[in-house]
Design a binder for this molecule. Structure first.
Ligand SMILES: NC(=O)c1ccc[n+]([C@@H]2O[C@H](COP(=O)([O-])OP(=O)(O)OC[C@H]3O[C@@H](n4cnc5c(N)ncnc54)[C@H](OP(=O)(O)O)[C@@H]3O)[C@@H](O)[C@H]2O)c1
Length: 289
């Protein structure tokens, strides 16, 4: 068992016989914090990645066993920074058992309002970076008997939603990547999981997104619910694909089998979606037919 120091304000650490080392990308964000907090409470040892040193350090010192965890500031869009992350796992953490590809960015905009730079930022962060990081960490992960990758997707990767075409494409791509890699590594011990939340209460969602969700009656979850689902994946023996939330899980199935049903349901909501999607682009309002 790993010895953890804990202060009065920190949650109790559950004893673990063999703590795993987990790299959590986007640890400074809403879901990343919740995952880090839950895993630290369970005795996992964490490498916390993000771009904001202050937020990462505040998180680290709030965790049980804070001295065992490390932070690493790295922009995942930068290949050199990704290499540093891999080196840190190898040279300073002594290896890594689990990679949680959680860092992500979103945009709520009509495609016509989306610049090339924005396309690159969304696809680069949500798809290219997790693919490259996973590839570069596979040799280290394969040294672990309990190795796993968890890719954080989104319900919007499975239900094409107006206003989220670029974000949805990035998460659809991440799902395709996860599925293929799971099969590619099927005869190894490396588990490859996919976890797709619906809306979650974090800073990722702008006022326009929150307004749209309220207007359409879309439910959202706490980051802690996503963290619990993540922990269950880690504790499971086999690779899994999990979707969070009802009725979203049903909609995803209906969309796969009968997409025309979802086409017509979303067509009715299109004027409201357009209104909210153009909130950040007031000059363009009214240009869309
Ligand atoms: N919130 C939702 O409604 C929702 C729903 C479904 C899926 N998800 C997915 O859940 C994951 C976490 O989202 P969240 O809601 O926790 O968002 P968040 O609070 O905005 O956190 C995003 C995290 O990603 C990091 N990040 C972004 N770009 C980065 C880059 N280029 N390099 C390194 N780190 C970067 C951020 O770091 P900095 O602090 O340095 O910016 C931050 O730690 C994402 O993959 C998201 O797509 C979210």
């Amino acid at each position: 068992m790993r010895a953890h120091s804990s202060s009065e304000t920190k949650p109790e650490t559950k004893p673990e016989t063999k703590p795993l080392t987990v790299l959590v990308t986007g640890a400074s964000g809403g879901i990343g914090r919740a995952i880090a907090t839950l895993l630290a409470t369970q005795g996992y040892r964490l490498l916390l990645q993000g771009r904001d040193a202050k937020r990462l350090e505040q998180l680290r010192i709030s965790l049980p066993g804070d001295a065992d965890h490390r932070i690493l500031v790295a922009d995942l869009l930068n290949p050199a920074a990704r290499r540093t992350l891999v080196q840190t796992c190898r040279d300073e953490m002594g290896g890594v058992d689990v990679l949680i590809n959680n860092a992500g960015v979103s945009t709520f905009a009509l495609l016509s309002d989306t610049s090339d730079e924005e396309l690159g930022r969304i696809l680069g962060t949500n798809l290219l970076a997790p693919m490259a990081l996973t590839r570069d960490l596979i040799p280290l992960l394969q040294e672990s008997k309990r190795a796993a990758v968890i890719n954080i997707g989104s319900a919007f990767g499975h239900i094409g939603h107006p206003g989220f075409s670029v974000y949805g494409a990035s998460k659809s791509g991440l799902h395709g990547f996860t599925e293929a890699l799971r099969r590619e590594l099927g005869d190894t011990g490396l588990r490859v999981h996919y976890l797709a939340p619906r809306a979650v209460d974090t800073a990722l969602n702008t006022d326009a997104v929150n307004g749209l969700n309220r207007s359409l009656g879309n439910k959202s979850d706490s980051p802690e619910r996503v963290a619990q689902a993540c922990l269950r994946l880690l504790e499971g023996a086999a690779s899994q694909r999990r979707f969070i939330g009802w009725p979203e899980r049903l909609f995803i199935k209906v969309n796969a089998l009968f997409p025309a049903v979802v086409d017509s349901a979303l067509a009715k909501k299109l004027p409201v979606i357009r209104e909210y999607a153009q909130q950040n682009f007031p000059d363009l309002k009214g240009d869309t037919p």
